[in-house]
Each structure stands twice: as structure tokens, then as C-alpha cells.
Design a binder for this molecule. Structure first.
Ligand code: MN
Length: 714
């Protein structure tokens, strides 16, 4: 267990003149008021404030902040009062404790507006002393480290709040280490399976990785020593959440994350940074587009470093960061590092600049009467992945980047979305597909008789809008089929002078429903309308056999689907029916062996999609019919392939050779090169079936310098 002495030693290591008495006093008080309290783990509660104080000491913070760490839960969770804390520890510490207490009282919620409201409260609480946010971050970090003792629901809620509020703040304050640890711990709670899988894969490659790191570090250290200066060189793997994010963003798998290991050179002076860069580039060839000089052009959170990506000893890409010790401390601990270089309270310096955005927001808060405007400003600062737009009345809506006016309309209200006929952005009429920008004021023009169009599925991007549009499209399809089904049945019954309404109430119809396992007459008519079912079983019950006309076939599909005489259609069987026009969806281009589903398209036969094709999801499941690949067919099927590889001469020829060697025809090839010396090759090839295709993908993947092979969509 952590002892008070560990904390004191840690503080004294960086600040020999620190007022240790204050920390002792805070410890005695905390131990007294938390006495008898237990954490959910069963351990004494005192462990928590001790750890928070230790984290703050590790960040080299001053004794007032460390004491606040010890006291941070006393007012919230014990009989101690704010007054008592003020008498014993003075105004500064008690105001900080008060600030942390206020933030702790903010209710956990991930509803967008409440999230912004939590932030507002938090920023206000920080207002008095900005060190409050550091105490709160240390508090949250320790809570995340011990989250396993909470119930699963609570774990998810705390991890979400951490991800949405605390991680962006840590990032904005340049505290990369805290940010990464929080990201990994949230990821472990929110995506346990992905976390385990990635950790396992990373562990498997540990030995190779470690010898690679040792090798690169040795080469670099030797060269730098020869040039007459000292540097710390180390290499380490990307953190798990960062790795996952990268894989998801680029759509690549684990083996294709090429800058999985990053190297870092820490030197003593600015000049040595550029000298070290020269050494790196003389050893290995750099990738020009990936060189970044954040020393000359610091990031918004004041991060400074040189970044370069080179082709390493085995021609694999590796990223190297070069910086001074001071820049390094700032990169790891961000604003907290500031206190290492200055005794006592910060004067004017980098730390203050880092907090500048917070100060500006605070001032804004005082000026702005409109909370929407205020929240917008705060959120744009913290969540660059989202856009914040306004309704004409000034309500703020949060949407993912890339959202269009349709997404906005559905974010306002389902009816507004459904009846949307046009949109004005900042007072100007724009096409519905217009992508929204931060601060846009959007007015949706509606018409009560209007219905969403299927095309909107292409321009909406939020799941809310997509789901609502799909529901209406399906509803319309069902209504159309219901009317058609009734019409077909009515027409047929008239031939025998039977009334539709009477038949639908007959006991024969009731029996038919039971046999077909349909619930209502409407369901029955819908199934007829889609051509999924024959009305023959029903007719047999109510029409004497001698009257039953021959042209009513076992399948009524014929009545609905234009029979198209084509060449023997693709190798697909539809429930034993043979003269149906079959079309393969050119969105997903399934090949034999892929799981497929068919949809009846009125007048156009059956369209086949892969089971997971987004187009298949748009269709009404009622229209789906069972389809299967005919065994043993050897027709050629078009497939799109996307190969990402190094932009090297001869590689395209190698890939083409591999494709033809697998007995596959190339129909088309388009190659584009990117600035980071990669080539993206889009092939259209013909394969026999899924097995043929996967064999082909494997053999391309085996080629050296091929980063990824993917089956193209759309
Ligand atoms: Mn706490």
C-alpha cells in the first residue's frame, strides 16, 4: 500500500523547498474524516486520496495541489465541512477542494445537451484555480484504474463519461500520457472483446518487436554518440485504443499497421533535435510527405517535436519523434509539466498559454447570455470530430462530421425529417445533401404531405436518420403491396363471383391463415402483393375443383413478375422456380459461396444481395425470399478488389501476374498513388466463387510491400 512517505519523497525530489507540513496536515485530516469508510474493493477509503495525491506528485505539481488531492473527497463524502477545510488549510486549498466537489456533483449522463452542461459546470468550477482540473483528472485516472470493483452498468457509464469529457480535456491540455491511459482503460470497459483480441495479438508479436526495438535503438545510439552528443532513445508500441482507432479509420488489419512501434529521441538542445534528424535521415530514407516540424509550428496544445517516418532496417515504415527534454515533459504531462520548471504558482508561461483557451471560454461564459452559443464554443474546442449547428431558435444540435441537412432534420424531430422538402443554411436555400459546418444555422422547410425518398438513404449519415427513412420506405412498400395483393385477390375471386370481404371473413380463410402462419388478412394480402405466396391453397378450399381455372398456377409470381426470357440466369436457385429474372446487386456483387438473400422487385424479378449488404437492409424483410447458389456452377462473377501497396516499380506487374496465375481475369485496373508513397490499385476481376476469391486475396497478400487487400464495396 502507498504510504504518505512515498508522496512526500516524490514531491521533495522535484521541489526541495516544498511545504511538506501542509501535506502532512492534509493527510492527518483526511485519515481522520475518512476513518472507517471502505472502498467497494473492501480496502480502506484512504487508499483513494493517497493515490490521487501520488499521481499529482508524479506530475510534479506543487504541495497545494497535492494536499488538495488528499482532501478532494472530504467535503463530498464525509462529515467535514468546507468551512473546516478553509480554517485548517487556507483559501487556496479550500477553493480547490470546493471546485473538485462541484465537478463531482455533476450528474453522469451521455445525453448530448447534458454532456455540454456538465462541461460548462466543470469549466466554471475550474474558474477559480485551474489546478482544480488537474486534481479532477488525477481523481478520474485513479477511479479508472480501480473501475473493476463497480457494477458492469456503472463501469460503462463512468467509462463513457471519461471518454466524452475527461479524455478530450487531458488531450487539450497536452497530457498525452493521461489521455492514452484513459483511452485504453475506457476501451477495455467499452469494447472488452476487441481489447482482449488486440492485446493478445500484440503479445504474440512481443518477442519480434522487442528485438526490432533493441536493434533500432542500438543503431541510433551509436550514430548519435559518434556525432558527439547524448540522447535517450527508446521505442514502444502504440497504445491499444490508438491502434484500434487507426485500424478502424484506415480499414486495415493488425498486420498492416506499419507504425505500430514508434521511436523517440530525446536530446538536450534545440540544435541537437535537427542534428538527430539529419542522422536519422542519413541512416534511413525518409517518406517526404510524413515529415512534420512541430518545433517550428507547435500544435494548438503547444506540443513540440519533429516527426519523421522512414523506411527502417528491413524497409518497413517506422515513425521517429525527436525533441528536447523540456518538450518531452510537455508532450507527456502537458500543462502539468509547467510546474516542474517554475516554483510555486505559475506566472506567465507556456502553462498559462495552455489554459488560455479555458480562460477565454470562461470570459465568453460571462459575456454570452445565450447558453447555446457558449456550449457551441466549448464543444468545438473539445470535440473536433463533431459539428455543432443551430436551429433558427438558437438550439444547438450536435452531429457527426459529414452530416447533411437531412440528418439535421431528423435530429430535430422525426416528423420534421419525414416532411422535409428543402433546407436553408444561414438563410440560403441549399440542396439537401449539403454537408453541415460548425456554427451553421439551419432551417428546414417542411410540407405535411411530403414523404421521405429512398434516395435519402444515400445522403443521410446518422443512424437515427437512416433508421427513420428505412422505416418509412418499408412502410410504403408494404402499403403498396397490401393494395396490390387485395386487388389481385379481388380480381381472381370475381371470376367465381365471390366477394373479397366475405371470403376474408370465411372459416376457410381462417384455416389458410393458420396454415400459412400469417396473423391477419392484411399480412396475407401483403404476402400476395409481394408475390411471396400463391392464392391457390385458398381457392382450392372455396372453389369447386371443376370450376378452378387452369391458369392459376402454383406460383402467382408469374402474375407479378414480367417473365424475361434471358440466357439461363446466374447460378442461383429461387425456391425451385425456374423462369424468374434474376439480377445480381451491383452494390455488393456476391459470388457463389457468399451468403445471399433475394428480394422480390415488382416487375423486375428478384434481386440478389449479400446478406450484409446495406442495400439488403433497406428492403422490407417481408419481400425477402430464400435463394441459394446452384451447386457446381462455374460462371465468372465480377468482383472489385482494392489493393494498397508501396508505390514501387514492378509491384503492379507482380500483382497482375499473381492475379492471372490464380486463373482470374482482370477486367479493369485503376491505380492511384498517394503522397506517402503508397499505391491504391482498384481491380475488377472475374472469379468463380468465394473460395476462388479468398485464394486470390491470400496470394496477393503474400506479396512483399502489399499492405492490404480488400474486397471492394459499391
Ligand atoms: Mn475521488
Amino acid at each position: 500500500m502507498l504510504r504518505l512517505n512515498d508522496i512526500v519523497e516524490r514531491v521533495q525530489a522535484t521541489r526541495p523547498s516544498a511545504n511538506i507540513e501542509l501535506i502532512h496536515k492534509a493527510y492527518v485530516f483526511t485519515a481522520k474524516v475518512h476513518h472507517g469508510q471502505l472502498r467497494l474493493s473492501g480496502e480502506p477509503y484512504l487508499i483513494h486520496p493517497l493515490n490521487v495525491a501520488y499521481i499529482l506528485a508524479e506530475w510534479n505539481l506543487d504541495e497545494e495541489t497535492v494536499a488538495t488531492g488528499l482532501l478532494h473527497d472530504t467535503v463530498e463524502d464525509t462529515v467535514a465541512s468546507g468551512e473546516e477545510v478553509r480554517e485548517l488549510f487556507g483559501d487556496t486549498v479550500s477553493q480547490m477542494v470546493d471546485g473538485v466537489t462541484k465537478i463531482s456533483r455533476v450528474v453522469i449522463s451521455d445525453v448530448a445537451d447534458q454532456k455540454a452542461e456538465s462541461l460548462r459546470k466543470m469549466i466554471l468550477a475550474m474558474g477559480k484555480d485551474l489546478r482544480v482540473v488537474l486534481v479532477k483528472l488525477a481523481d478520474r485516472l485513479h477511479n479508472m484504474r480501480t473501475i473493476g470493483h463497480l457494477s458492469p452498468d456503472k463501469q460503462v457509464a463512468v467509462a463513457r463519461e471519461t471518454r466524452e469529457i475527461y479524455t478530450p480535456i487531458a488531450s487539450r491540455l497536452g497530457m498525452a500520457r493521461v489521455k492514452m491511459e484513459m483511452e485504453d482503460r475506457c476501451f477495455e470497459v467499452l469494447h472488452p472483446e476487441d481489447f482482449r483480441e488486440l492485446t493478445r495479438m500484440a503479445d504474440e508479436r512481443k518477442r519480434d518487436r522487442e528485438s526490432h526495438i533493441r536493434n533500432v535503438v542500438e543503431i541510433l545510439e551509436k550514430k548519435i554518440r559518434e556525432s558527439g552528443f547524448e540522447a535517450q532513445v527508446n521505442g514502444r508500441s502504440k497504445h491499444i485504443a490508438g491502434l484500434f482507432e487507426k485500424m478502424a479509420r484506415q480499414g486495415i488489419d493488425f498486420d498492416h499497421v506499419y507504425d505500430f512501434i514508434g521511436f523517440r529521441i530525446v536530446v538536450k538542445s534545440l540544435r541537437e533535435c535537427y542534428e538527430a534528424l539529419g542522422i536519422v535521415h542519413s541512416l534511413w530514407k525518409p517518406v517526404p510527405a510524413r515529415f512534420k516540424d512541430y518545433i517550428a509550428m507547435p500544435k494548438a496544445n503547444l506540443y513540440q517535436s519533429l516527426h519523421t517516418t522512414v523506411f527502417g532496417p528491413n524497409a518497413e515504415l517506422m515513425e521517429i519523434q525527436i525533441r528536447t527534454e523540456e518538450m518531452h515533459a510537455l508532450a507527456e504531462y502537458g500543462v502539468a509539466a509547467h510546474w516542474k520548471y517554475k516554483e510555486g504558482r505559475p506566472v506567465v508561461g507556456k502553462g498559462d498559454q495552455m489554459f488560455l483557451w479555458l480562460r477565454q471560454i470562461l470570459e465568453l461564459q460571462q459575456e454570452m447570455k445565450d447558453p447555446g452559443e457558449f456550449l457551441n464554443t466549448v464543444k468545438v474546442e473539445l470535440f473536433p470530430e463533431e459539428v455543432y449547428v443551430f436551429t433558427p431558435r438558437g438550439d444547438v444540435k450536435e452531429l457527426p462530421r459529414g452530416a447533411t441537412t437531412i440528418d439535421f432534420a431528423y435530429a430535430v424531430h422525426t416528423e420534421v425529417g419525414n416532411q422535409c422538402v428543402g433546407a436553408k443554411v444561414n438563410g440560403k436555400m441549399v440542396p439537401l445533401k449539403t454537408v453541415l459546418k460548425n456554427g451553421d444555422v439551419i432551417e428546414i422547410v417542411t410540407h405535411p404531405a411530403h414523404k421521405p425518398s429512398k434516395d435519402w438513404l444515400k445522403i443521410a449519415s446518422t443512424s437515427r436518420a437512416l433508421n427513420k427513412i428505412r422505416a418509412v420506405v418499408r412502410q410504403e412498400q408494404q402499403e403498396g403491396s397490401l393494395a396490390l395483393g387485395r386487388q389481385i385477390l379481388d380480381r381472381e375471386l370475381r371470376k367465381y363471383s365471390l366477394s373479397l370481404n366475405k371470403v376474408l371473413k370465411s372459416k376457410e380463410f381462417e384455416e389458410t391463415l393458420q396454415e400459412t402462419r400469417l396473423k391477419t388478412a392484411d399480412d396475407y394480402c401483403i404476402a400476395l402483393g409481394y408475390g411471396k405466396m400463391s392464392m391457390f391453397p385458398l381457392l382450392r378450399k372455396i372453389v369447386p375443383p371443376e370450376q378452378l381455372q387452369e391458369k392459376v398456377k402454383e406460383s402467382t409470381l408469374g402474375a407479378l413478375i414480367k417473365r424475361v426470357t434471358t440466357r439461363k440466369p446466374s447460378a442461383i436457385v429461387v425456391k425451385g422456380m425456374d423462369d424468374i429474372f434474376i439480377r445480381i446487386g451491383n452494390c455488393c456483387n456476391p459470388v457463389p459461396g457468399d451468403p445471399i438473400v433475394g428480394f422480390i422487385t415488382r416487375g423486375r424479378g428478384v434481386t440478389i444481395h449479400s446478406r450484409d449488404c446495406p442495400k439488403a437492409l433497406e428492403n422490407d424483410p417481408v419481400r425477402a425470399i430464400d435463394v441459394a447458389w446452384e451447386a457446381g456452377t462455374k460462371a465468372a462473377h465480377p468482383v472489385k478488389l482494392k489493393v494498397v501497396c508501396a508505390d514501387k516499380p514492378g509491384l503492379l506487374a507482380d500483382i497482375s501476374r499473381t492475379i492471372t496465375a490464380s486463373d482470374v481475369d482482370i477486367r479493369r485496373a485503376v491505380v492511384t498513388t498517394t503522397r506517402d508513397k503508397r499505391a491504391v490499385c482498384n481491380f475488377e476481376v472475374s472469379v468463380n466463387d468465394a473460395k476462388h476469391l479468398s485464394g486470390l486475396i491470400k496470394s496477393i497478400e503474400k506479396l512483399k510491400s502489399v499492405y492490404s487487400v480488400e474486397r471492394g464495396k459499391g
